[in-house]
Design a protein around this ligand. Structure first.
Ligand code: FPP
Ligand code: MG
Length: 333
């Protein structure tokens, strides 16, 4: 079993320096805002995005393996910080949109301070992020970050549109998860390469690696949502409650008759406050083999990601990028 610590090990000195970089550069004016910011940043999660930026930076430049030293540049840290903050802000806003009370096993910002303040906190994080990028005059990085932010918003709106109309097809699903998850991870990996002065070809290849990893990451997220014993810190079956049709259900719908699909959509409509309908639909997806088939699709994306980095020199950084693929498949949180 690959753990996140295994993946972090080759860049432990960089990650330590990165934490200090965040602490030195990211604080708020005003006691209440600072309290909210500290709360939001104290449960930042696994830190997949900064890890990805740094590993990409060191893999595609075939950096000499020096685990006890910092190997990334200030530009790499800035890119990692910006992407991590965009992600943090988007989750704060997402919990407002989803009226979610929990995030990573703790009360969400909106549950603790209410939605209006949670929106302001997300905005503040975005504003500070962009102003940091502009002040450092790293305009190429800032431009990538802006594109990633726009994609997130597009994905979120599309998802909400489809949750309303209950008509998500396979194509819709892949567009949504590309925009809301994969594009961000693609930009994280691309920025790692860019921050170290890598070639256009390497930047593009790393972007594709991050995107394939991101698609797989989101599919696993959607699979975990069906698992009542997951460790995600979020209640199971959230997606069905929010009328979100994800890959496990799409796989099953594609194997059913028109009548049966209609029945599934009728159940989905009632999932918000009818536990029996929720259970029935959940069981249909499980018994219909939705999890197994979604897992196969996820594995195909991970194979693609692994193949993309296989051309680089065999360093502990490249190995960590490959291990990251295994970690995504094995994770339960
Ligand atoms: C989590 O999805 C949400 C996202 C990955 C993106 C959310 C994006 C926005 C709210 C747009 C705002 C954008 C910016 C830049 C602030 P999920 O609900 O499937 O996952 P969850 O189960 O973890 O909540
Ligand atoms: Mg959500």
């Amino acid at each position: 079993m690959i753990t996140i610590d295994d993946i972090r090990r080759p860049i432990s000195a960089d990650l330590e320096a990165f934490d200090k970089f965040v602490a030195d550069n990211f604080n708020a004016e005003g006691e209440m805002l600072q309290e909210m910011l500290t709360y939001a940043l104290s449960s930042r999660g696994k830190g997949i995005r900064p890890i990805l930026t740094m590993l990409s930076a060191l893999t595609c430049t075939a950096a000499t393996y020096r685990p006890d030293e910092r190997n990334c540049t200030k530009r790499t840290y800035l890119a990692a910080l910006m992407m991590e903050m965009i992600h943090t802000a988007s989750l704060i806003h997402d919990d407002v949109l989803d009226s979610a009370d929990e995030r990573r096993g703790k009360p969400s910002v909106n549950a603790k301070w209410q939605s209006n303040l949670a929106i302001i906190l997300g905005d503040y994080i975005l504003a500070r992020t962009m102003s940091l990028g502009m002040a450092s005059a790293q305009y190429d990085i800032v431009s990538y970050v802006g594109t990633a932010m726009a994609a997130l918003c597009e994905g979120e709106v599309l998802q909400s549109q489809h949750a309303k109309s209950l008509d998500t097809t396979r194509d819709d699903y892949f567009t949504i998860i590309y925009q809301k998850t994969a594009s961000l991870l693609g930009v994280c990996a691309a920025l790692g390469a860019l921050s170290m002065g890598a070639s256009r070809e390497d930047i593009d290849r790393m972007r594709k690696y991050g995107e394939a990893l991101g698609i797989a990451f989101q599919i696993q997220d959607d699979i975990l949502d069906y698992n009542r014993n997951n460790n995600t810190g979020k209640p199971a079956n959230n997606d069905l409650r929010e009328h979100k049709i994800t890959l496990p259900m799409i796989e099953v719908m594609e194997s059913k008759s028109e009548e049966e699909v209609k029945e599934m959509k009728e159940l989905l409509k009632r999932c918000k406050d009818d536990e029996a309908a929720l259970d029935q639909l959940h069981n249909m997806v499980i018994e219909g083999g939705g999890i197994e088939r979604a897992t196969e699709v996820m594995q195909a994306y991970l194979s693609r990601a692994m193949h993309l980095v296989s051309k680089y020199e065999d360093t502990p950084y490249r190995k960590a990028l490959i291990d990251l693929c295994t970690f995504v498949a094995e994770r339960d949180k």
